[in-house]
Design a protein around this ligand. Structure first.
Ligand SMILES: [Zn+2]
Length: 272
């Protein structure tokens, strides 16, 4: 029997075998309940993982929840639903690249919607930023928040515009902090036991980067996003410049929205 982790009464975790630089040890798939089971983020389509989920569930899988429709989180949902008859819950996939267009929810969730079962209640918390359709899920009895890619353990997530939005991301981080959950269960990595501290660290990290962007912009007017990357991300390996450019664009678009940056013909200037 493959190993899964028992995280608490009625909460189990199985890590999908898709480790990589972007996914850490792999995507965390969570199972809730004992007599009827809800599966959260079944991951990419990996047959062994889909089979293992059904084996360890030990009871009918009635619901499949997804945090968002990036390729490492939702694609197995369709196959698992077909095999089990489970109801699919989540937010529809937006248009654009890096989206799992196969995901079609049976029940579209909005902020505050509940999945109520005999054993547990899960609340959807809309957290746009990493993805516009990103939901975190609060396990009401435990007061744990299952954070998908909104907050992950051990690193920061990519904010890739236009679906990724830095301004929304920072607002959603504050929203999650205000929930005062007792732990965060991320889509990648281990349980985070001090949510406020972890979230403050992420917000500080993003705002430090934003300050750096402002300084670079003020000193180097009329560069393109790509030309700004080496100035802002001096410490980053050149191999990662593609992702750095996406993150930088997210910062610049936020500054533009805040009235602190302007662009003409894709060249940026400081605007204060
Ligand atoms: Zn993602």
């Amino acid at each position: 029997m493959p190993t899964f982790s028992e995280l608490g009464p009625g909460i189990r975790r199985l890590v999908a075998p898709n480790p990589s630089m972007m996914t850490g040890p792999g995507t965390n798939t969570y199972l809730f309940g004992g007599s009827e089971v809800a599966v959260l983020d079944p991951g990419p389509v990996i047959e062994s993982h889909i089979e293992t989920l059904q084996q360890i569930a030990g009871a009918p899988i009635r619901w499949i929840l997804v945090t968002h429709t990036h390729p490492d989180h939702s694609p197995a949902a369709v196959e698992l639903a077909a095999a089990t008859g489970a109801e699919l819950l989540g937010m529809p996939a937006p248009e654009g690249r890096h989206q799992d267009a196969t995901f079609k929810a049976d029940r579209n969730l909005n902020d505050g919607d509940l999945l109520e079962t005999d054993e547990f209640v899960i609340e959807a918390v809309h957290t746009p930023g990493h993805a516009s359709n990103h939901l975190c899920y609060r396990h009401i009895e435990r007061n744990w928040l299952f954070t998908g890619d909104h907050v992950i353990d051990g690193s920061t997530v990519v904010i890739d515009p236009p679906d990724g939005n830095m301004k929304h991301y920072l607002q959603s981080l504050q929203h999650v902090k205000d929930l005062e959950c007792s732990a965060l269960a991320p889509g990648h990595g281990e349980i985070i036991n001090d949510p406020a501290r972890a979230i403050d660290w992420i917000i500080d990290h993003r705002l430090e980067r934003e300050t750096k962007v402002v300084d670079v912009l003020a000193a180097n007017p009329n560069l393109t996003t790509r030309e700004l990357v080496p100035h802002v991300y001096k410490e980053v390996n050149k191999k990662l410049y593609g992702w750095a450019e996406r993150s930088l664009l997210a910062h610049l678009l936020k500054l533009e929205d805040d009235g602190a940056a302007k662009r003409a013909a894709e060249r940026w200037v400081y605007a204060k």
